[in-house]
Design a protein around this ligand. Structure first.
Ligand SMILES: Nc1ncnc2c1ncn2[C@@H]1O[C@H](COP(=O)(O)OP(=O)(O)O)[C@@H](O)[C@H]1O
Ligand SMILES: [Mg+2]
Length: 326
């Protein structure tokens, strides 16, 4: 559904994309995961015709973004990172203008507005002005607007950035629901847990290059099942284990300042990109020690095991859970 070949984008000061190649299948929910400045928005801007690539090519549902601009525009809906609704107008008016721009008849527009607002659970706010809505509601209106013309592909650029955890989960369910309708979803995010929760496949993006593409589960399985975050000499080192027995054998009665938790996508991201090492300075071994240990997959319950779901959680939790050494 989305085919990208060797896409490059050079700005005067920076090469934002250094040759991206990617295929996203019909109905797939694909997460494009990378830190700020890694080239996520640039990729979406090129795919949606908002900016031109320096070289390379891309197709949406078989239509070339260079040669078939108009056909391409009908293939996708776009939810940009910044809110770009008309704040003075009502939800209904914002959606209606979008329908007109897509050449929809009055009847089709009215039906679509009703349908998409039911979908994002904002039907009762149809005549509210956008300026009266909360951040999460505005984001849902943007998603509703992008779905108005029943696109085959939905591009979402950081759909939950800056939203609180409850609203974020609400948007996650909405995105899943849209995928279940058969829409292909291409989502950018710098929240690792968002990619882990939502995506069928995820690409790790770093400084304009794709480091790796696979399913979240594949990345996680590659690392192991259990992780042990150990603080030693002011440094955090993480060890990975296939089962709890090997983890316990590693600890072997030693008094370590450590936290047990399930392996998550962040571990794989760090191992692949070394990004956390660069950011936090000198956490050597967290990536270098990222080799999965032997042993069969063991029982998952257990002991003082601690599960960290997110990038933020895991750093928060990497403190003193099992007593300190010195
Ligand atoms: N219009 C622009 N002009 C010059 N440089 C840009 C422009 N847009 C983005 N960049 C640069 O390209 C790189 C990638 O940016 P972007 O795609 O916005 O990253 P992300 O969305 O992953 O945060 C950054 O170094 C950014 O500063
Ligand atoms: Mg961006």
């Amino acid at each position: 559904m989305i085919n990208i070949e060797n896409l490059q984008k050079k700005y005067p000061r920076v090469q934002a994309l250094k040759g991206i190649s990617l295929e996203v299948g019909k109905g797939e929910l694909f997460a494009y995961l990378g830190p700020n400045g890694s080239g996520k928005t640039t990729t979406i801007r090129i795919l949606t015709g908002l900016t031109k690539s320096t070289s390379g090519s891309a197709k949406l549902n078989g239509f070339s973004i260079e040669d078939n601009v108009l056909e391409c525009k009908n293939q996708f809906g776009l939810v940009t990172q910044a809110v770009n609704l008309d704040q003075e107008l009502s939800i209904r008016q914002n959606l209606d203008i979008h329908g007109r721009l897509h050449g929809m008849s009055r009847k089709d527009r009215d039906a679509a507005i009703k349908e998409v607002l039911d979908y994002v659970e904002l039907a009762d706010r149809i005549d509210s002005r956008v300026m009266e809505l909360s951040g999460g509601m505005k984001r849902r209106v943007m998603i509703a607007r992008a779905m108005m013309h029943s696109p085959r592909i939905l591009f979402l650029d950081e759909p939950t950035a800056g939203l609180d955890p409850v609203i974020r989960r609400k948007i996650w369910s909405l995105i899943k629901k849209i995928q279940q309708k058969g829409t292909t979803v291409f989502l950018t995010t710098h929240y690792i847990e968002e990619a882990e929760f939502l995506a069928d496949r995820v690409a790790f993006l770093q400084e304009g290059e794709i480091v790796s593409v696979n399913t979240p589960q594949h990345f996680i399985d590659e690392m192991g099942v259990w992780a042990l975050d150990i603080m030693a000499h002011g440094e955090l080192v993480t060890k990975y284990f296939r089962d709890m027995q090997s983890l316990d054998a590693f600890i072997n009665g030693r008094e370590l300042c450590c936290t047990k938790r399930r392996v998550n996508l962040e571990d794989a991201f760090i191992a692949r990109t070394g990004l956390k090492i660069a950011e936090n300075g000198g956490l050597n071994g967290s990536a270098a020690g990222a080799s999965p240990h032997g042993g069969a997959h063991g029982p998952h319950g257990g002991g003082g095991a601690h599960s960290a779901q997110s990038a933020h959680d895991s750093s928060k939790h990497s403190s003193n859970k099992h007593g300190s050494a010195h």
